[in-house]
Design a protein around this ligand. Structure first.
Ligand SMILES: [Zn+2]
Ligand SMILES: [Zn+2]
Length: 256
């Protein structure tokens, strides 16, 4: 099994100041990424359902951000909030369709109230059916939102959705046996079912960009199959996103 190197060259889950609880602008984030030697970043601000989050019109103009800033490729997208067990997302499809990369995830500080494993699993499975969703953020968040990870991996294989190894969550829940075990199970199952994974920082401040050192601190590096990690080459990322983006329904106008 080929192993991954330390420090990400591509970090696709980063929050800007627009999220309402993060600290840097898109330009500051791109500058930090350049200084750290990253090639590509994804700016994926929370959908509007999170407390203090951006309003819908923000996502209407994300496509006006330059594709390259300070030499770093910038993918503008969102981290949509899943709101119920049908997988309802907090952005309309017209706006989801214009985002270059879309994560979907379960979050506190939204109206989501799921608690049981069954309910949370159904919620994520529902969101995966959306043609606009590329990846599920922090599916191993057993602390707040326990899920049946095997079901999620199988559905990810069916719908060609990437699953995230979230460095922020691993750092925050490094003490939680459940979170660590769930992450290891997801990695093994993803390898078995040939599902792509993204290692991302979920950075909320520029200094966190690209730092995946928690994976080493938890001795998890050797169990991560390199061939299943999508964000090791910009080409692989683009190919994965393009395939989905070409297939998704498009809308000429958005009015709300
Ligand atoms: Zn999140
Ligand atoms: Zn996030």
């Amino acid at each position: 099994m080929r192993r991954c190197n330390n420090m990400l060259k591509i970090d696709l889950h980063i929050h800007s100041i627009a999220s309402g609880h993060a600290f840097n602008t898109v330009y500051e984030l791109a500058k930090a990424a350049q200084e750290k030697g990253l090639e590509m970043i994804g700016i994926t601000d929370h959908g509007p359902a999170i407390l203090g989050g951006p309003k819908k019109p923000y996502f209407y103009v994300t496509n006006r951000v330059p594709r390259k800033i300070f030499g770093v490729e910038v993918l503008m997208g969102c981290e949509a909030n899943i709101l119920d067990n049908n997988g309802l997302l907090d952005l309309p499809k017209e706006l989801l369709s214009t985002q270059t990369i879309v994560f979907a995830g379960l979050h506190k500080l939204t109206s989501y109230t799921g608690k049981s494993i069954e309910y949370n699993t159904q919620s994520i499975l529902g969101a995966m059916k959306s043609p606009y969703v590329h990846a599920i953020s922090h599916p191993c968040d057993m602390y707040y939102f326990p899920v049946d990870i095997e079901k999620i991996v199988k559905k990810a294989s069916e719908y060609d959705i990437a699953l995230e190894i979230n460095c922020s969550r691993l750092t925050r829940f490094a003490h939680s046996k459940e979170v660590i075990e769930q992450t290891k199970t997801m990695i093994k199952q993803a390898h078995k079912h040939d599902v792509k994974m993204l290692i991302s920082t979920d950075a909320h401040i520029a200094s966190e960009i690209g730092d995946d050192s928690i994976i080493d601190r938890l001795n998890m590096r050797e169990i991560i199959p390199k061939d299943n990690i999508l964000n090791l080459s910009t080409q692989a990322v683009k190919k994965f996103l393009d395939k989905k983006n070409k297939a998704k329904p498009k809308f000429k106008y958005y009015s709300d």
